[in-house]
Design a protein around this ligand. Structure first.
Ligand SMILES: [Zn+2]
Ligand SMILES: [Zn+2]
Length: 494
């Protein structure tokens, strides 16, 4: 139930000003940072003389109600740079922002009652048009100034705001439902998986019941892949630096890779992706057009660095198993292959009970590799497949990565939340870097097309989404416990 209309955005952003005024009236020494509207709500970041406690939110809320009932206007003014610097002289974060504004930029400030903010707007006209019983302060969190870990840690207060008390209550019910279904809670209650900070953060331990579900998913996944003309491959977990140098990962992806381990004085890296390994299989012999297309799938476990602050249950981890595959084919085969892979994705999602699926098509960015004609053909094949399957879709013109256009599929869960899961991604880069070739029908040597695709994405993340979608009550074919046997003790027997 996301609702972020322009009107609500203005309302929520105005609410953040009201909250900042309330905080300043209680803590006059507070330094204010920024306060945008976000999905379903708003926040403001403060540098406070003392740590806030949950109880403090009550007082802030009371002050906010007072400001709302005061019905103050949000007044806009354009000021000179000198004026702005003077106005915010006690506010170092605002000064930093002002000093970074380009010389010709118009500086606007908004005032309501006693509060002045450096801001572009928009706001509602008067504080009185905000619903005094339509907002709630939800939580307090730490946030670095400008999201930079090397900068000051600030206090962020999150709130939600709506046009009426009814809307607010609906939203709070929705939040409760989300909390009830949180996969971290259910994962523990149902004994599905665990994580262990002391044994390594962001790494998942699948317990027998979770592993039972995973093996059912994997069996289904393998069976359907064979049925759809895929072959399975298995590849190593580590690869020599030569491999990652050739693929370009060491140049463009190294911040997501772990430090190498040394074997016989040669550097080996844990794999962040499976692609280079599948390419090695391709290159293990001369290839002819007669063999193509190859559809090679692997449940490949990869390791990628994530900052500890962003790790989140099964959803954001440091080691995970992708349901990966690479399609390697001739240019003539690509249209058909793309349609097949899209159909297959939809079949998989529907099998797991997800009916609402939306496609996002991203096209060439300004700088890209490969020639224009290849990009056009690839993009065209993606568009055709979407049309063929009558999928709802959105275009992201220029939003693709440099090595090829792609389709992402987002699925909606039982609570109406969208999750980005499937990616079908062209790659005009790796075939070039690894000099992949095949012998064409006319005897010439040609470069094949390569498509990466992961349908579920990763088994860990998929499992997290699945737990929350079903609220832990899995459909019978996935349920780890289908019937419980209750042991009955006869009297007199031990
Ligand atoms: Zn504002
Ligand atoms: Zn790949």
């Amino acid at each position: 139930m996301e609702n972020n209309s322009d009107q609500l955005v203005a309302l929520r952003h105005s609410m953040s000003h009201v909250m900042a005024e309330a905080v300043l009236s209680i803590y006059p020494q507070a330094k204010i940072a920024i306060g945008p509207a976000i999905d379903n709500g708003f926040y403001y970041d403060f540098d406070l003389p003392e740590a806030l406690k949950e109880e403090d939110l009550k007082e802030i809320r009371k002050k906010m109600k007072k400001i709302i009932s005061g019905n103050y206007s949000f007044e806009k003014r354009v000021v000179s740079r000198a004026e702005a610097l003077k106005m915010f002289s006690g506010q170092p974060y605002k000064l930093e922002l002002i000093n970074e504004l380009p010389g010709d930029e118009q500086i606007t400030i908004y005032t309501q009652n006693t509060f002045i903010d450096l801001c572009r707007g928009p706001h509602v006209e008067k504080t009185g048009s905000l619903a005094a019983d339509g907002f709630k302060l939800l939580s307090i969190a730490g946030a670095y100034w400008r999201g930079d870990e090397k900068k000051q840690m600030l206090t962020r207060i999150y709130g939600t705001a709506w046009q009426s008390r009814e809307e607010l209550n609906d939203y709070l019910d929705h939040l409760k439902e989300i909390e009830k279904r949180d996969h971290r809670t259910l994962g523990k209650e149902l004994d599905l998986y665990s994580t262990h900070e002391n044994a390594g953060a962001g790494l998942i331990y699948w317990h027998p019941k979770g592993a039972r579900i995973r093996s059912i998913i994997e069996d289904f996944w393998r069976r359907e892949h064979f049925r759809n003309g895929y072959e399975l491959v298995y590849t190593p977990h580590i690869g020599r630096s030569w491999l990652w140098q050739t693929s370009g990962h060491l140049d463009f992806y190294s911040e997501s890779m772990y430090a190498p381990l040394s074997i016989d004085d040669v550097d080996y890296y844990l794999k962040p992706m499976n692609c280079p390994f599948h390419i090695m299989i391709y290159k293990s012999s001369l290839r002819s057009y007669r063999e193509l297309p190859f559809r090679w799938a692997e449940l490949g476990t990869v390791y990628r660095y994530e900052r500890s602050g962003v790790l989140h249950g099964l959803l954001r981890v440091r080691g995970f198993t992708q349901d990966d595959a690479h399609i390697i084919c001739t240019p003539e085969q690509i249209e058909d292959e793309i349609l097949k892979v899209l159909r297959f994705s939809l079949f998989i999602w529907r099998s797991f009970g997800f009916k609402e699926i939306k496609a996002y098509l991203a096209t060439a960015p300004e700088k890209y590799v490969g020639d224009e004609q290849m990009w056009d053909q690839a993009t065209e094949s993606l568009k055709k497949a979407i049309a063929e399957e009558s999928l709802e879709y959105e275009m992201d013109e220029g939003g693709g990565v440099f090595y090829g256009p792609k389709i992402d599929l987002k699925i909606k869960d039982a609570l109406g939340r969208e999750w980005q899961m499937t990616t079908i991604q062209f790659d005009f880069n790796l075939p070039e870097r690894f000099d992949m070739t095949y012998m064409a029908a006319d005897g010439s040597v040609k470069r094949p097309y390569m498509v990466h695709r992961a349908l579920l994405g990763s088994l860990e993340r998929f499992f997290g989404v699945l737990i929350e979608h079903y609220g832990g009550a899995f459909p019978v074919w996935l349920a780890p416990v289908q019937a419980a046997v209750i042991p009955v003790q006869w009297p007199g027997k031990p």
